[in-house]
Design a protein around this ligand. Structure first.
Ligand code: GTP
Ligand code: MG
Length: 185
């Protein structure tokens, strides 16, 4: 009767974080992994990595390898390389800059054209409407019902309003995405 589970399951998932310049991708990851936030903007160059280890259940450990891809990589032609073997993605826009929402379908289309699940289905993607601390009435021009429609039309599982600054909703969004991934196992 050992108190330790004899059969620990470990999963490693590559998860992409993409979206326009300055929308808060790095800030969301830093908040999620290290619980820190800074208002200083240091644009990511190329790609950065972070690892979040989660005790999912007593016998299951999940390692989320977060790929923090610079917004400027939209124009680089390297996204195919970065997207390879990803199992899920977060696409981030900035609610205080509606132009960054206009780019979201382009990010999603580019993603779907370059990576799929082994069976050929699109990888699960969640949309993050970030910086809600700057604007809480709308989500960058769209109301919640319009956001739901936007998600249906563009193949997002769901959207979450988040704030890296206030640490709002990031845990909920990542947990939702992880549940989707685990359900497919
Ligand atoms: P690139 O690496 O250039 O693609 O940008 P990024 O998407 O990684 O954005 P980053 O996390 O560097 O944040 C850009 C700026 O927005 C920084 O000044 C952050 O402090 C700020 N920022 C990020 N998230 C939030 C938020 O939730 N609220 C507010 N008010 N500012 C935020
Ligand atoms: Mg960044």
């Amino acid at each position: 009767d050992s108190p330790y589970p004899t059969d620990i399951r470990e999963y490693l998932y590559k998860i992409l974080v993409i979206g326009d310049l300055g929308t808060g991708k790095t800030s969301i990851i830093k908040r999620y992994v290290h619980n820190i936030f800074s208002l200083n903007y240091k644009s990511t160059i190329g790609v950065d990595f972070a690892l979040k280890v989660i005790q999912w259940s007593p016998d299951t450990v999940v390692r989320m390898q977060l790929w923090d891809i610079a917004g400027q990589e939209k124009f680089s032609g390297l996204t195919r390389v970065y997207y390879k073997e990803a199992v899920a993605a977060l696409i981030v826009y900035d609610v205080s800059r509606p132009k960054t929402l206009e780019s979201v379908p382009m990010w999603k289309t580019d993603l779907d054209s370059k990576v799929t699940l082994p069976g050929g289905d699109p990888i699960p993607v969640v949309l993050l409407a970030n910086k809600t601390d700057l604007q809480d009435e709308t989500s960058g021009g769209l109301n919640p019902e319009e956001m739901d429609t936007f998600c249906e039309e563009n193949g997002f599982l769901k959207w979450f309003g988040t704030s890296a600054k206030d640490n709002s909703n990031i845990e909920d969004a990542t947990r939702f995405l992880l549940e989707e991934i685990m359900n497919k196992e």
